[in-house]
Design a protein around this ligand. Structure first.
Ligand code: ADP
Ligand code: MG
Length: 692
């Protein structure tokens, strides 16, 4: 008699798997029966419609039958990167399948010319030609030939064909053992969800009459399983939030006189959005639960000042503030800013970075502990174990997307449930904000300071470099300053650094009548400082820099941003870089200089940049182009990837799942009721996956 399979039975006990294949599966994260059942088809193929190569259009996910014509490999440009090209054809035409790495050993050796294969992948357009990038190619097997329905197509796992995987999954589904449904029944009912066992059955063995629904991700089985994915995250958020609301913290007792004095000392008026955000913050700070608030505002919207106002409020209430930022340059800048604006109120401000050492550091640590410092600004150096505060009441994290969850928590742990404020310029589309920041309240600064003019953005090619530099020269003659940014994706990449240095030498020669500075991540802090100071004082007119200046840097007199090899940057990075200009009264320009190895996507990114300055629109476009997984590094967001769900496509399901999760958290915040035991266990196993 076969062993009864449980949901958490080791996958190797599934009939037809065994220890060896079990290892292969485990390497792909399929360790238990449940994981195998959650290995959903990558696509469905309706065998009634035969697709021809000539009929393909870009961006379609397709499965086609064709013949191998040629297998070759070549080097990409001058680099040593090898590209493999499998050319396939049918009666209507031919198409290339390109691989930029070998999927697994022996992958290409399996094919011979004239062999019949099935190719599954997304059609991509590159320089006007259609091709596949990293499709699954597998020989047509007999059992595939014999079926005649809507076929589930699985991503191959190290040579295990889609048909074989389908067979294994079917055998699990047909084993008599019931599949437990962790979702509380009332939620299943209220939301009209399919029972879990039926959903799993139908997603793997779809009904032909649902073919269209499946292709559009609207089949009831898909809805149920997508709902589950979103539900777990939203439940996590809902409980976290319920926890925060129960947590006690010291309300900050202040009248708000210090912030008023700060406001009165400014040479400009606060924007309405700044005022509104600050009012929201004050109302949180006065509550006996810790604030958990995100201030989201586009680059240049004046978030720093909102942070300083909050710090002034805390100091008036005799509480300390810690302000953490991702780079030393930014820490220095905030420190200078805070000293200038807060010292006149009698506030004591300190700077703590890894550059602050020895005796100087000891003095600051001592003062922090004694409560003699009101605001401490710093980098990761703030979360060192020996940094202690007397009365840390407010924790602010600027450019929070640059930090991991753990780092933020570590800083919070230095106070007794301190109020917590995070700031980000990465505008997140609302749908995504609901999941990523589902446990935070959000203030949006959706207004730029008065008098800002939109930044004019133009893309151009390296061949037009002289024109660009001529334009830079004109502006500098008028007293302005420029950034020329060179991509250095990885600061440890020696090749790239060499290129950036060459660029610097070239610019220096071209602008010998002006002063040109260089800034990159591998310079010593003191050197970086000196250069930044020089640029701020306009002793340096042109700053050749790597992306170290990407976040936060604020020099209002600079009005030109030239981005070299703009094709190598992602949309949010381009937007951040562009945000270094347009911060003052001068009309500002951003020039995207494109190299030649240009993909369709890079061109599209440049065009999006030309078309809008609105960070929210750019973020939407970015999300659409890249998908949520890549949009936010999983690490920062603490989000698992979704197997089926798509935050753009499935927003309605997301909203329903969120409402259900919050309803559950309200009914049973500790998930103590018997009917909630299973969902609780599932959440715990999720936590393990997310955290450890
Ligand atoms: P970000 O939101 O990108 O962090 P900053 O806080 O660096 O923006 O502010 C950008 C610039 O705008 C700074 O030079 C700041 O002094 C200035 N600024 C902030 N608020 C206002 C305002 N209400 N009116 C005019 N300028 C402002
Ligand atoms: Mg900022």
């Amino acid at each position: 008699m076969a062993m009864a399979l449980q949901f958490d039975t080791d996958v190797q006990f599934v009939k037809g798997v065994g220890p060896k294949l079990g290892d292969v599966f485990r390497r792909r994260g399929i360790a238990r029966v449940q994981d195998l059942l959650e290995f959903y088809p990558r696509a469905y193929e309706d065998r009634r419609a035969i697709r021809q190569i000539r009929s393909l259009v870009p961006d379609q996910l397709v499965s086609i039958k064709a013949q191998i014509q040629k297998i070759r490999s070549f080097n990409l440009g001058k680099s040593r990167r090898k590209v493999y090209d499998v050319v396939i054809g049918d009666a209507s035409g031919r198409i290339s399948c390109k691989y930029f790495r070998v999927p697994y050993k022996g992958y290409f050796e399996r094919f011979q010319p004239f062999q019949e294969v099935r190719v599954i992948g997304k059609v991509t357009q590159y320089r006007g030609v259609l091709e596949f990038h990293h499709p699954d190619i597998h020989p047509i097997t007999e059992d595939e030939e014999n079926t005649n329905e809507l076929i589930s197509i699985y991503t191959e796992i190290e040579g295990q064909s889609s048909a074989k995987i389908a067979r294994l999954i079917r055998s699990v589904l047909s084993s008599e053992h019931p599949i437990p449904d962790p979702m509380p029944f009332w939620i299943v009912k209220e939301n009209g969800l399919l029972p879990l066992d039926r959903a799993l059955q139908e997603i793997h063995v779809p009904k032909l009459e649902e073919a269209d629904a499946f292709l559009n991700f609207q089949a009831p089985s898909q809805r149920r399983l997508i709902f589950d994915e979103f539900f777990m995250i939203e439940l996590h958020m809902a409980l976290k939030r319920a926890g925060v609301e129960k947590e006690k913290s010291t309300p900050i007792q202040a009248q708000g006189l210090w912030p008023q004095r700060l406001e009165a000392s400014l040479e400009f008026e606060l924007t309405g959005a700044q005022k509104r955000s600050f009012a929201e913050i004050i109302s949180d700070l006065r509550k006996p639960h810790p604030m958990h608030r995100l201030v989201q505002g586009d680059v240049g919207s004046g978030k720093t000042l909102v942070a300083l106002l909050a710090a002034a409020f805390a100091a008036e209430g005799e509480m300390q503030t810690a302000l953490m930022v991702p780079t030393e340059i930014l820490a220095e800048q905030h420190y200078a800013n805070a000293s200038r604006r807060l010292a006149p109120l009698g506030m004591r401000v300190a700077l703590l970075t890894s550059q602050v050492k020895g005796k100087e550091r000891a003095v600051i640590l001592q003062a922090l502990k004694a409560g003699e410092i009101d605001v401490c600004i710093g980098t990761h150096a703030l979360i060192q174990d020996d940094v202690e505060f007397a009365k840390l009441g407010l924790v602010i994290v600027d450019e929070q997307h640059r930090f991991g969850v753990e780092q933020r928590n570590k800083l919070k742990a230095k106070g007794l449930s301190p109020h917590f404020l995070v700031m980000t310029a990465t505008p997140i589309p609302r749908t995504l904000a609901m999941t990523v920041y589902g446990d935070l309240d959000v203030s949006v600064i959706d207004e730029l300071p008065k008098g800002r003019q939109p930044i004019v953005t133009r893309k151009t090619f390296a061949s037009k470099r002289d024109l660009v530099m001529g334009f830079v020269r004109d502006q500098i003659k008028k007293g302005r300053q420029a950034y020329i940014v060179y991509p250095l994706v990885d600061e440890s990449e020696t090749m790239d650094l060499k290129n950036a240095l060459e660029e610097y030498t070239k610019v220096k020669a071209e602008f010998s009548d002006f002063s040109v500075g260089l800034l990159h991540g591998r310079m010593k802090s003191s050197e970086k400082d000196e250069i930044m100071q020089g640029f701020r004082r306009n002793e340096i007119q042109i700053l050749v820099a790597t992306t170290v200046i990407e976040v936060g840097v604020d020099v209002p007199n600079a009005n030109i941003m030239v981005i070299e090899h703009a094709e190598r940057f992602g949309l949010s990075q381009l937007h951040q870089l562009r945000g270094r200009v347009g911060r003052g009264e001068y009309k500002s320009y951003c020039v995207l200089v494109l190299g030649y190895a240009l993909s369709e996507e890079a061109t599209k990114r440049a065009e999006i940049m030309e078309s809008t300055n609105d960070g929210f629109k750019i973020a939407e476009a970015d999300l659409e182009m890249r998908g949520p997984g890549e949009f936010l590094g999983t690490k920062q967001s603490g989000l698992p990837g979704f197997k089926l769900g798509n935050l753009v496509r499935d927003i309605k399901i997301l909203q329903e799942a969120r409402a259900a999760a919050f309803a559950l958290a309200a009914r049973d915040p500790d998930l103590k009721r018997p009917e909630h035991q299973m969902v609780r266990a599932k959440l715990e196993s999720f936590h393990k996956m997310w955290v450890g």
